[in-house]
Design a protein. Structure first.
Length: 114
């Protein structure tokens, strides 16, 4: 069973940047991967996805142009570079396969203050 460990979250002022990482314990390189987030009182939502080779990406409209997803298959790690952060980006961020194949990790908290 693959385990996912997200890290890199924190407290940041609006307009700032953070880089999230997600490390997978098992077979990783053959799967399209995604980042998701869950804000307080809301359902978990899709943020970004990347193909298994890293050649294709897609984003939620709310983060397009501000967030960049990338991956390093040699390190079994997927990243989310978040720039121009807004208060509405405050959430717990999770990674998983593009079709949510694995158990969720603990996530990493991102809090954006004005």
């Amino acid at each position: 069973q693959v385990q996912l460990v997200e890290s890199g979250g924190g407290l940041v002022q609006a307009g700032g940047s953070l880089r999230l990482s997600c490390a997978a314990s098992g077979t990783f390189s053959i799967y399209d991967m995604g980042w998701y987030r869950q804000a307080p009182g809301k359902e978990r939502e899709f943020v970004a996805a990347i193909s298994w080779r890293g050649s294709g990406t897609r984003y939620a409209d709310s983060v397009k142009g501000r967030f960049t997803i990338s991956r390093d298959n040699a390190r079994n790690t997927v990243y989310l570079q978040m720039n121009s952060l807004k208060s509405e980006d405050t959430a717990i961020y999770y990674c998983n396969t593009d079709n949510v194949r694995w158990p969720w990790g603990q996530g990493t908290q991102v809090t954006v203050f004005s």
